[in-house]
Design a protein around this ligand. Structure first.
Ligand code: IMP
Ligand code: MG
Length: 178
């Protein structure tokens, strides 16, 4: 696995330091209202596991599975909610968590759906946001790091299902992305 890595963009220590700060801000924002944390599978699992342990506030967690990439494709073709088929967010304050904001289509799809389902409020938090020449379809309320427009893996993010277990955020060599 190590030989596939071209460059480490953000190391594990920088990630932890940033997550601690984000959790403080999120905890402050929700200190007076119970909220529902909605991590998008699978990319956000490691991020959310670290984040919630710094969030000493009343909250629940409900995961949502969304498909955006299939197989080795690295361009988003639009998101689809795969799981659960029904859920109830009526009157709830929802915080959607994703690993990365790219075109914004995933977060857009999910927040639109939550709006339709009658959520009381919807906020979004991502670990990474790509710097793109065009604005994303939706911006996130909390962003961990802005990164260059490169395909990254690690800390939950995958290429073709692999590399989620890398502790750092990294860029792969071309040969690893064939
Ligand atoms: P968007 O819908 O274009 O904003 O893309 C967001 C989704 O695409 C995320 O949930 C990720 O699963 C995936 N994604 C986007 N960029 C990357 C990347 O650089 N590495 C791995 N997954 C990515
Ligand atoms: Mg994802």
């Amino acid at each position: 696995m190590q030989q596939d890595i071209r460059e480490i963009l953000i190391d594990r220590y920088a990630i932890q330091a940033r997550i601690f700060r984000m959790a403080q801000e999120i905890g402050e924002a929700y200190k007076d209202r119970e909220f529902l944390l909605m991590p998008l599978l699978t990319g956000s699992i490691i991020f959310v596991a670290d984040l919630v342990r710094h969030l000493p506030v009343r909250m629940k967690i409900d995961v949502l599975a969304v498909s955006s990439y299939r197989g080795k494709v690295t361009v988003n073709e639009g998101a689809r909610v795969l799981y659960p088929t029904t859920f109830d967010v009526t009157g709830k304050h929802v915080l959607v968590i994703d690993d990365i904001l790219d075109s914004g289509r995933t977060l857009m799809t999910v927040t639109e759906l939550l709006k339709q389902q009658g959520a009381a409020s919807i906020k979004t938090c991502v670990l990474l946001k790509k710097k793109l020449p065009i604005k994303p379809a939706i911006d996130a309320d909390w962003v961990g790091f802005e990164i260059p427009d490169e395909f990254v893996v690690g800390y939950g993010l995958d290429f073709n299902g692999y590399y989620r277990n890398l502790p750092d955020i990294a860029v792969l060599h071309k040969h690893a992305m064939q």
